[in-house]
Design a protein around this ligand. Sequence first.
Ligand code: FAD
Ligand code: NAI
Length: 509
Amino acid sequence: WFALKWLWRLTYLSAIAGTGWVAYGIYESRHPADQADPDPNKKTLVILGTGWGSVSLLKKLDTENYNVVIISPRNYFLFTPLLPSCTTGTIEHRSIMEPVRNFLRHKKAAVTFYEAEATKIDYEKKIVYINDESDVKGATSSNEVPFDMLVVGVGAENATFGIPGVRENACFLKEVNDAQQIRKRIMDCCETSTFKDQSLEEIKRLLHMVVVGGGPTGVEFAGELQDFFSNDLKKWIPDIKENFHVTLVEALPNVLPMFSKQLIEYTEKTFKEETITIRTKTTVKNVTDKYIEAESTGPDGKKVLEKIPYGLLVWATGNALRPVVKDLMSQIPAQKDSRRGLAVNEYLVVKGTESIWAVGDCAIANYAPTAQVAAQEGAFLARLFNHMARTEEIETELKHLSHVQEVAPSKEKRDEAFAQIKDLQRRLRRVKRMGPFEYSHQGSLAYIGSEKAVADISWLTGNFATGGTLTYFFWRSAYLSMCFSTRNRILVIVDWVKAKMFGRDVSRE
Ligand code: FAD
Ligand code: NAI
């Protein structure tokens, strides 16, 4: 009884503390302290992009040390791990977006933001050329931004390997508008398939949802789509029940190549139960508006070319270089052998340059192109830049103290300056001791549908592989805790509860 009483008190106190914490989070986000203006006398640090790498750098950067300028066509950060859930309305897209202006208001010194695309980086002249790509354009829509230091964090674009018809006919899954387009297309296919006197062949085509690429993006989307069908679509539109089908096409012998063998098998088994068809060893060669042409390799090694009709085609075959990155690489001789991105050294400096750093998917540092890597790289650069600013500050102070020591009128004053110099030199040695970037892998997680997830987690000395419903709850809590802000967390929870209580919204827009 005594223990129960204490347990009750503890729960009660935790609830009060939790509410206080959330309330403080909300208050603080609404009323940040006043900011110092940007100081043009300081070095100009230009950051390209507002994705995982750049935003994680901004979060930890002491902006009062530099004149910081951010350039990105997106005035928000996007929490990509939950983007597949937006394609079916499990989560509303605005719940995983955080406006850049929101978090810039919380920096000590003001930061300049230009909503624009960097079209070219002139390495020699130290200039970034920018273009306003938005629908509303002012009298000036292109300009130049000079930099002393530049961080390239522009991510990657969708790889199509030059396969004909992909760009014209397929949907991608990288940005918010991609998810919106997919959501609309799913509903379009379902509603059109029930149009009066539609032929069976056409119904089957319209309700065939094809996903190309068995990496985590393709697998997570296929799982979400099958959930949408099983939990909502087939109840709201019973006519589509017999013909709705999801197929995942993968060129390699298995899906999720980066996961352990047992989790690959578990995923394939779960997909089978969910009635998702997996077509491995099948490479798409051509895409038209109604079918894909794919070459599959049979068990006897024979290759067969077949046409697979589709209503929705989602293309998720990984990353390719952005033109601005390709162009920068062509200006730097040390980058001539690099194919997949900007080669960087262990301090993330772009090889062959002195004042350009790269983070995330556009940088090649021997790690997979994931949010985890990009975020750690961004945080590392913030520490590095804070250290660099501190070093400069101490060196200037040292110069001044040496002068004071030289001209000091008395021995007492000279000794005082000497003691201060010794102290500063000690601090300088400590600051300069910063080691190179080291990635710490926390593990890989993926949702596979029907409230199941797979996880390869790095645990103390080894790896721990797990899959199932418990892992799904772990997946949910891990991603919830990683959301950008308290606001995002609350919105995501509300969306999950809403989808559970009322079902997903099946309206087309
Ligand atoms: P991004 O986050 O893509 O950001 C790039 C930024 O640059 C954007 O703001 C963009 O607007 C901007 N930009 C683009 N072009 C220009 C230009 N010319 N000039 C200026 N700015 C420009 N990783 C995980 O670790 N775990 C996951 O669960 C996971 N899930 C994912 C789910 C999906 C659907 C997708 C697509 C990816 C997922 N990833 C996941 C991978 C992860 O999102 C990327 O590795 C990560 O976003 C890379 O960060 P980044 O900063 O390099 O690029
Ligand atoms: P990916 O590169 O991981 O997988 C693409 C797949 O497409 C490959 O398996 C490839 O064999 C296949 N493919 C390529 N061309 C093909 C063709 N013509 N026909 C059929 N199959 C073809 O790409 P993805 O999934 O977009 O992921 C990109 C990055 O983002 C990866 O590094 C991934 O780890 C990360 N990511 C991580 C997630 C997670 O951890 N949950 C979720 C989503 C992405």
